[in-house]
Design a protein around this ligand. Structure first.
Ligand SMILES: [Zn+2]
Length: 143
């Protein structure tokens, strides 16, 4: 069994079954389209990716990261090799193939346009995952 508590870079795939507007802290009201959103993040603290991803996918009371404002169910999780710091590289790379992005989302502390990329359907999403050579995991493996 793969050790998911290691440190590294991850992607959380969210599914919106309809268009919605959600208030995302300092970003203000953000319009989301029906489809899939891939959030790129990294976890190098204690507990590694498992504890960070668990935080993101469980219902929460306090919002710390932009992603915490989205109450949408996680569909799948993709993770890097242990210790790989690839979040900005992946955000850039996915940004080239995605059908859209949420400007400024998850990228307050870096030079990226966005760390939340939009894909219309599962096929596009899967193509993006394969372009990064990543395996998908069920979200419940991080709970
Ligand atoms: Zn970045």
């Amino acid at each position: 069994m793969e050790d998911l508590s290691r440190k590294g870079t991850y992607i959380i795939v969210l599914h919106f079954d309809r268009a919605r507007t959600i208030d995302v802290g300092k970003l203000g009201p953000v319009q989301f389209r029906k489809g899939y959103y891939a959030y790129v993040g990294s976890a190098f603290g204690p507990g590694g990716m498992k504890s960070r991803i668990r935080h993101h996918i469980l219902p929460k009371k306090r919002c710390h990261w932009h992603l915490d404002y989205l109450d949408t169910a996680a569909k799948e999780i993709w993770v890097s090799e242990p210790g790989a710091r690839l979040e900005h590289e992946w955000a850039l790379s996915l940004g080239r193939t995605s059908s859209g992005r949420i400007p400024g989302f998850g990228s307050s502390d870096c030079a990226c346009d966005s760390h939340l990329l939009y894909f219309k359907n599962p096929k596009e999403m899967d193509k993006a995952r394969k372009s990064l050579s990543l395996k998908k995991h069920q979200p419940d493996r991080f709970l």
